[in-house]
Design a protein around this ligand. Structure first.
Ligand SMILES: [Fe+2]
Length: 333
């Protein structure tokens, strides 16, 4: 039986270094959302993943065709907010040279959009599994801005540090040259093997999302689909938003790349948000055990349930204490 967690509320304390935006639009789901369902979904099996691998994933969704998320007015408001956050642009490790993470602490509009129940419901429907907005605010509403150098990729080939996310075009891609969102029509292992052998990805397996305008995007199981964002071929403005989700079903193990996030986010943020996320998973896992409780002589079953929570907590504590030097994972340009 699935163990469905309750969502986690947004943290009450405000971290330092994240001043609030002034004079921003107020998010109104009725006016700003224009949700449509994608007409096509590429499943993990079509990408070449095995049955066993897929069974360990909270959804068999690989990546969707383009679908509409925001109305014209919603896209215009989000662009205003993204431009308002531009003084806070910084690099996200060695992969992305210009991004804003944690904008949901600064912009109420961004927070309300990223956590909108109508949006979460649509994403859950696409996944065929219940999702919650990501419990770590730096995994919500991540904004990528085009590098100032023409030709430099916005982001290299990579898989994400979370399971499910959508990539939304905040600016109109038809007004710029380049900046395409691309994904590999295969598995992460295939990409790793090709890159290890010093080979390029075969052109015929590189797919491009066809984005008709601002406010449209794709949903992906981002830790399974290798993707990148190309550079601009001439000067222009390209802003995209990545919004993350966590599966509500606690029977799937945590997938948080804390090692990678600790390379990207400020020291006061990465550990705090990760510890809070794990505390939520632990609480919800125990809570579902209590809800599903029944009398039984299954000692092993009870022990296993308790072991799973204990392993989640001690595994995360070990990651928080880890001191070895790590490198940022990616597959290059
Ligand atoms: Fe990504």
């Amino acid at each position: 039986m699935p163990s469905i967690a309750q969502p986690l509320e947004f943290p009450r304390p405000q971290p330092t270094g994240y001043p609030r935006l002034e004079n921003e639009p107020v998010f109104d789901a009725a006016k700003h959302l224009a949700l449509e369902m994608p007409t096509q979904i590429t499943r993990l099996d079509a990408l070449g993943y095995s049955e066993e691998t897929i069974a360990a994933c909270p959804t068999d969704l690989g990546i969707t065709s383009t679908f509409r998320i925001l109305s014209d007015e919603g896209a215009a408001c989000l662009l205003e907010v993204a431009r308002g956050l531009s003084p806070y642009i910084r690099a996200s490790g060695e992969r992305v040279s210009r991004s804003v993470r944690g904008g949901v602490y600064q912009s109420q509009f961004l927070r309300d959009f990223c956590m909108a129940p109508e949006l979460t419901e649509a994403i859950s429907a696409m996944c065929g599994a219940p999702m919650h907005p990501h419990t770590m605010p730096h995994q919500l509403g991540h904004l990528n801005y085009n590098p100032l150098k023409v030709g430099e990729n916005v982001d290299k080939w990579h898989v994400d540090t979370l399971r499910v996310d959508f990539v939304l075009f905040v600016t109109d891609p038809n007004k710029i040259e380049g900046g395409e969102f691309e994904y590999f029509n295969g598995t992460a292992d295939e990409v790793r093997a090709l890159k290890d052998a010093g080979q390029d990805l075969p052109e015929d397996k590189i797919m491009q999302a066809d984005i008709p305008g601002a406010g449209y995007g794709v949903l992906q199981q981002g830790n399974m689909v290798v993707h990148r964002a190309k550079g601009l071929r001439e000067e222009g403005e390209r802003i995209t938003l990545v919004n993350g989700y966590v599966p509500a079903d606690m029977s799937y193990p945590d997938y948080t790349r804390f090692d990678q996030l600790s390379l990207v986010d400020p020291e006061t943020i990465a550990a705090s948000e990760y510890a809070r996320h794990i505390a939520w998973m632990g609480r919800e896992s125990l809570s579902t055990q209590l809800q599903d409780f029944d009398f039984s002589d299954d000692r092993d079953g009870f022990a296993g349930q308790l072991d799973r929570v204990a392993a989640l907590l001690s595994g995360a504590a070990a990651q928080l204490r880890a001191t070895e030097k790590i490198k940022m994972d990616h597959f290059g340009d």
